[in-house]
Design a protein around this ligand. Sequence first.
Ligand code: PLP
Length: 386
Amino acid sequence: MIPYGKQEISQQDIDAVINVLKSDFLTQGPKVPAFEKSLTDFTGAKHAIAVNSATSALHIACLALGLGDGDLLWTTPITFVASSNCGLYCGAEVDFVDIDAATYNLCPIKLEEKLIVAKAQGRLPKVLVAVHLCGQPCDMKAIGRLAKEYNFKVIEDASHAIGGRYGDKAIGSCQYSDITVFSFHPVKIVTTAEGGAALTNDLHLATQMDLFRSHGITRDPSLMVGESDGGWYYQQIELGYNYRMTELQAALGVSQMSRLSEFVAARHVLAERYNELLNGLPITLPYQLPDTYSGLHLYVIRLQLRKIEKTHKQVFEELRANGIGVNLHYIPVHTQPYYQKLGFHLGDFPASEHYYQEAISLPLFHAMTVEQQDEVGSVLTKVLQG
Ligand SMILES: *Cc1c(COP(=O)(O)O)cnc(C)c1O
């Protein structure tokens, strides 16, 4: 089976992890700060907080922004459930903004329409999670303008988008957002096995996220209530968690980050090859927003079902049966049973539901060979025409 995504581990990566195993620190040593520096160097953000997953990063981002009981978090239905669950963890209510038909990202026009209604009802969101689906950046200028006008905070869920750019700035620079989150799960662009990070230019948010990742405990006298008792002393000043990344993971991350640009460039070569290979089939190829460079985590096609004699499910299952490890990103979050219990209904977000009926993620990973890609093309052609 040709997988839809796959990590690439070099000898340099393996050596980096082994060196940590032989060192003094398996956790809370120098590698996590070094990994954080590689993230701020690459993105231009001032601060990075590395944690054990993007899910944890989203949680501490929401906590740092003060999201809590009675607040609202909005995001897109076409995302992994973690993008909205972080709101529920904080006791907030979650709602969604339907997607744009071309980019599959949260639609800024629908966002503005929903904000106008919400303002009239006194139900404006406190936090918006903007997800760069497939690595394609959201329309951050429009989102940033609305954030100022309607006074909400913006988290970029850039789990798919590290190595990409919006205008001339790297994704993660937080030019139009408060916090950007990355995932380092093995299917993503660079990996630390499990891992995530939250980036920001705001020192207060960075300090808060640093506290939340490690029990809410500080050893910094300037953050303490009253005087330090002595050299052993620490204080718990928030209710935090243990969301720390290990030194092994961070060392792998530093090593992987040195190849990030290479990884994304290889994905672009493959995506352009797909565009040529698949041109003329009854499918819609990915659209790219002008002035952006995608991280290209995913290559999603949409079936033009009126021109195909098979159902979406048939095409998907025939591809899998013929060794093509396709996937579907994502089942609209509001249709999940847990979210249905919260009061969402089928029909609430029609563009997202329509997308779900047609979308298929083709295999794409930086070490994919031309032969593997040709195989995907010829099987897909056969399945669509057969
Ligand atoms: C993978 C992913 C997450 C969660 O990442 P983890 O590191 O596995 O917690 C969140 N949001 C999106 C959009 C993702 O793709």
